[in-house]
Ligand binder design. Structure first.
Ligand SMILES: [Zn+2]
Length: 138
């Protein structure tokens, strides 16, 4: 895992195991993702780095049916529609690619955070985050 480069340096609190980096307000405990300088609830600039939970449940989902605009880079074999959704991590809801069989997807499906290799427009191999079925909770 040591040679893995995140697509964005500020995206992860750690890569092994993968944990997303959010911010938590020291005044009102609001958690946001991605990180923020000031709190969207109380407006105080009291945000501190906060590793998000790596397990959650599907809050809502849909199928991305057309190729997204850049900076999205389609796979070498061409674009294939894929499920995306909002995942409730308890403290915050995060949008992401769902690497889950559509037949198993429903609101409440347990998922866990995973790394997904992607290519940048320059052809570099990097990783972003996605969610896979949480086999232990399913
Ligand atoms: Zn706050």
């Amino acid at each position: 895992m040591s040679d893995v480069t995140p697509v964005d340096a500020g995206l992860f609190a750690s890569l092994d195991p993968p944990r997303l980096l959010g911010s938590r307000c020291g005044e009102c405990a609001t958690v946001v993702f991605p990180t923020a300088q000031s709190c969207p609830r109380c407006s105080r600039a009291a945000m501190a780095p906060h590793a998000l939970a790596d397990r959650g449940t599907v809050w809502s989902w849909t199928v991305q049916g057309f190729c997204p605009k850049p900076p999205y880079v389609p796979p070498v074999d061409g674009f294939v529609p894929f499920p995306v959704g909002y995942v409730d991590l308890g403290e915050v809801i995060v949008e992401g690619h769902l690497l889950v069989d559509r037949a198993l997807l429903e609101i409440g499906t347990p998922v866990r955070l995973a790394l997904e290799p992607v290519r940048t427009a320059d052809g570099d191999e990097v990783v972003t985050y996605a969610f896979t079925l949480d086999e232990e909770a399913a």
